[in-house]
Ligand binder design. Structure first.
Ligand SMILES: Cc1cc2nc3c(=O)[nH]c(=O)nc-3n(C[C@H](O)[C@H](O)[C@H](O)COP(=O)(O)OP(=O)(O)OC[C@H]3O[C@@H](n4cnc5c(N)ncnc54)[C@H](O)[C@@H]3O)c2cc1C
Length: 362
């Protein structure tokens, strides 16, 4: 077998590490000159809508012998809407660094490789690669590459603005904002990297040109809101914007000996845009199939189900006015609701999506 992986991101590297566990190695092609995204961020991995995986670090370690060291474990998530603030607490998940940071999850995966080679500065072309290799794993993080080969259902294109902010933070406390005035039908969030640095982001669907035109205005408001909520003047560095970030799903996880993993599969859950767990899992599942230890399409089924549940919740949240978002935030003052939302294995959001499904046309 001659295996090529296009993209040394979360999904591609997870696939390579899992292949090595089964005694195979891969040629990994990465278009950049180093591992990493084009921006510096911390991301969140949470069990919300991934019911069976309450503790992702323990799960990947014990089930697949793949090891991650997160930056922190999240104990509290604050929810801010126009006129309300509340929070939920418990073991809510992990913060991990991405991209160029020394301890990013991509770099941690690359360090676990022994026999595979990462070819940097190699922008790979699927047509050429598929002629040379028996198996190709498409892991470019860009569903447009999937669309060159097969249909890809787009749920929403989204736009981001973000930055690293400096200030004083509690490491294991994340803040979120749901306010249509500056993150229409989307959200803002602040994820600490350390006591002095955090990632601040707004993300919203690109449904209206007007929203994209107002992005700088939205971003300024986000910085003010975050400074206000955290009672300090945040210093903004390394700003970035992203357009046309596609959330959706492919029709076929595997075509012949070509496997679509990570964002190229459709790993992002549309409700709040979490894609890391699905990216790592699809990478591992593809490796299992290539090595004759599973059927990729069958293994991916629960991820497709999660995607559909999450899409229902997304369509639901898109309909909420600021007043209704205030009511949702207010409901989190109720200790029982707080407890249910964060309780492991309750699958609350999944249950909610089943309740909402009949009322929401996709
Ligand atoms: C701003 C932002 C914040 C996010 N926050 C969260 C979060 O908090 N929690 C969460 O779970 N998810 C989050 N996500 C989603 C998550 O980051 C993605 O789902 C995940 O990174 C996808 O992994 P991937 O391996 O498919 O793609 P990537 O990690 O993007 O890797 C793709 C790699 O392929 C390379 N590549 C592309 N084309 C080629 C080519 N032709 N040849 C060679 N190499 C190529 C790229 O350079 C890149 O290194 C966020 C996404 C964004 C944009």
């Amino acid at each position: 077998m001659k295996i090529a992986i296009i993209g040394a991101g979360l999904a591609g590297l997870s696939c390579a590490v899992a292949l090595e566990k089964h005694g195979h190695s891969a040629d990994i092609f990465e278009q950049r000159n180093e591992i990493g995204l084009g921006y510096d961020i911390a991301e969140l991995m949470t069990p919300i809508l991934h019911g069976p995986i309450n503790d992702s670090v323990k799960f990947f370690s014990e089930t697949y012998d793949i090891h991650f060291k997160p930056a922190s474990n999240v104990q509290k998530i604050f929810v801010h809407s126009e006129n309300e603030s509340s929070y939920v607490e418990g073991n809510i998940g992990f913060v991990n660094m991405r991209g160029r940071y020394e301890d990013s999850y991509e770099k941690q995966l690359a360090q676990q490789l022994v026999h595979s080679t990462i070819h940097y500065d190699s922008h790979a072309n699927y047509e050429n690669i598929s002629k040379e290799y028996t198996h190709v794993v498409v892991a470019t993080g860009d569903p447009q590459d999937t669309q060159q080969i097969q249909p890809f259902d787009i749920a929403l294109p989204s736009a981001f603005a973000g930055a690293v902010v400096k200030g004083e933070f509690v490491r294991n406390e994340v803040h979120t904002w749901f306010n249509n005035d500056f993150a229409p039908q989307g959200m803002g969030y602040l994820i600490p990297h350390s006591e002095t640095q955090a990632t601040l982001v707004i993300v919203f669907p690109q449904y209206k040109d007007e929203w994209l035109q107002k992005r700088s205005e939205f971003w300024e408001t986000m910085v003010k809101e975050a400074s206000h909520a955290l009672e300090q003047e945040l210093v903004v560095e390394n700003e970035f914007t992203i357009n046309d970030y596609i959330v959706g799903k492919c029709h076929y996880p595997r075509i012949g000996n070509t496997f679509f993993v990570g964002n190229c599969f459709g790993a992002i859950t549309p409700f709040l845009g979490f894609g890391q767990t699905g990216s790592i899992l699809t990478g591992i599942y593809a490796a299992q199939d290539i090595c004759g230890h599973g059927d990729y399409e069958k293994l991916c089924k629960p991820l497709f189900n999660d995607y559909e549940d999450s899409l229902v919740l997304r369509r639901g949240i898109e309909r909420l006015s600021n007043h209704q978002l205030d009511l949702v935030t207010k409901s989190l003052h109720n200790p029982l609701i707080r407890k249910i939302v964060t309780r492991p294995n309750m699958g609350v959001l999944k249950g909610l999506s089943h309740l909402l499904k009949p009322f929401i046309s996709k």
